[in-house]
Design a protein around this ligand. Structure first.
Ligand code: ATP
Ligand code: MG
Length: 159
C-alpha cells in the first residue's frame, strides 16, 4: 500500500507513449525527482491514471500537449496529481455532470473516438474510495485539467 509515485507516474506515461505518438500529441511529465511515499491502492490509482490519460490524449487534437504533473502539499500531507491537456475542452454546461456514468459530451465533436462514458465515473469512484478528492476544470476549445490528491504514507518519508 506504500507506493513510490515517481515510479508509478513514469510507468503510466510509458504505457501511453505509443498512443500519444500515434495521436501526435506530446506527453510529458512534470514532477520533482523525489516525492513522499503515498498510501494508495496501486491497481486503483493505475486505473485512474489510465482513464485520465486516455481521455487527455483522445480528446486532444494533433500537435497538442498533455502534461502529467505531481507536486507535494506538505501542509495537507498529500500529493497533488494533475493531467492537463490542450484539447477540445468541455463546455461549462456539461461539466457538472461529467463524472456521471455514461455521460458524454456530444460525440460528433470528438475525433470520432468511441467510448462508453464510464472512464471519469470510475476514476472518481476509485479516488473517493481513498477518501480523496478529484476535480475537473475545463475550457471549451482550450483544454482540460483533472486533479486528484493522494495521502502521504505514514511518516511521509521520501520514496
Ligand atoms: P470511456 O472512458 O468509457 O471509454 P469516454 O471517454 O467517453 O468513454 P469518460 O472518460 O467518462 O468517457 O468521459 C466522459 C466525457 O467527458 C467524454 O465523452 C468527453 O466528452 C468528455 N471528456 C473527458 N475527458 C476529456 C478531456 N480531457 N477533454 C475533453 N473532453 C473530455
Ligand atoms: Mg474516457
Amino acid at each position: 500500500k506504500e507506493a513510490d509515485l515517481n515510479r508509478l507516474l513514469h510507468y503510466a506515461a510509458d504505457r501511453f507513449s505509443m498512443f500519444s505518438e500515434q495521436q501526435e500529441v506530446q506527453l510529458s511529465l512534470d514532477m520533482p525527482s523525489k516525492l513522499p511515499l503515498v498510501y494508495i491502492d496501486l491497481d486503483a490509482i493505475n486505473q485512474v491514471l489510465d482513464n485520465l490519460l486516455s481521455n487527455a490524449i483522445k480528446y486532444t487534437p494533433q500537435g497538442g500537449t498533455v502534461v502529467l504533473m505531481a507536486k507535494e502539499n506538505h501542509k495537507q500531507r498529500r500529493v497533488q496529481i494533475s493531467i492537463t491537456d490542450t484539447g477540445i475542452g468541455i463546455p461549462s454546461r456539461d461539466l457538472k455532470r461529467i463524472f456521471e456514468r455514461f455521460y458524454r459530451v456530444d460525440k460528433a465533436r470528438s475525433r470520432g473516438q468511441g467510448g462508453t462514458g464510464l472512464g471519469l465515473a470510475i476514476a472518481r469512484e476509485l479516488v473517493q474510495a481513498h477518501g480523496a478528492d478529484i476535480e475537473i476544470t475545463s475550457e471549451w476549445n482550450v483544454g482540460t485539467t483533472v486533479t486528484f490528491w493522494v495521502p502521504f504514507a505514514q511518516g511521509g518519508k521520501t520514496g
